[in-house]
Ligand binder design. Structure first.
Ligand SMILES: CC(C)(COP(=O)(O)OP(=O)(O)OC[C@H]1O[C@@H](n2cnc3c(N)ncnc32)[C@H](O)[C@@H]1OP(=O)(O)O)[C@@H](O)C(=O)NCCC(=O)NCCS
Length: 167
């Protein structure tokens, strides 16, 4: 297992091609994707394609979306991580959790340490975070981890609030 880091309650590791089932559980829930510009996942082949085309290539630059497990029982709860978006030349902080795990502070705990990892271990100059203007929980997480509000804008046809953090 390629572990990225641990927090008091969580362990973050790289996804592998064996994780199609975990990704399918997460991305087949319409409530999880409510504010995201993505199609629902319906089968393992599609999940495998997301892993090979989107998630695994990011690891070549030490960035990426990392699978999150609760250390107590090692259950999978979601992902968090840093993704390079070449079309806008930005490194984006993102997170996504199974609905049954919302409201336990996991997103805040994972995102805070991911930000620290990006700025202080990977020495990134600036990290961007974005959430749909109605995604209150996600906006709350960005604010709680100390990211600074920059502006409202339209990205991928969605109204979002943009935040940044710098070294
Ligand atoms: C957004 C998401 C990651 C939050 O995960 P989480 O583990 O529940 O987040 P946390 O528990 O760390 O913190 C959420 C905060 O928002 C608050 N919150 C949650 N829903 C809220 C709402 N509807 N209105 C106001 N505040 C809300 C919580 O009270 C909490 O703040 P607190 O700790 O001060 O009480 C989770 O809802 C999710 O996975 N959503 C689907 C995917 C997604 O939208 N990802 C973000 C894309 S930008």
């Amino acid at each position: 297992m390629h572990i990225i880091f641990e927090t008091p309650r969580l362990l973050l590791r790289r996804f592998t091609l064996d994780d199609t089932g975990l990704l399918l559980d997460l991305n087949s829930d319409p409530e999880v994707l409510k504010y995201l510009h993505e199609p629902l996942l319906t089968d393992h082949n599609h999940a495998r394609q997301i892993l090979t085309d989107i998630i695994l290539p990011q690891y070549e630059k030490d960035l990426g979306r990392w699978a999150i497990h609760v250390k107590d029982d090692m259950r999978f709860v979601g992902w968090c991580g840093l993704k390079y978006r070449p079309e806008i030349d930005e490194i984006d902080l993102g997170y996504r959790f199974l609905k049954k795990e919302w409201g336990k502070g996991f997103a805040t705990e994972a995102a805070r340490q991911t930000l620290d990892h990006g700025l202080n271990k990977l020495n990134l100059d600036i990290i961007t975070g974005r959430a749909h203007i109605e995604n209150t929980a996600s906006l709350h997480v960005l604010e709680k981890i100390g990211m600074k509000y920059v502006k409202d804008e339209i990205i991928d046809d969605c109204p979002v609030k943009t935040y940044t953090a710098s070294r």
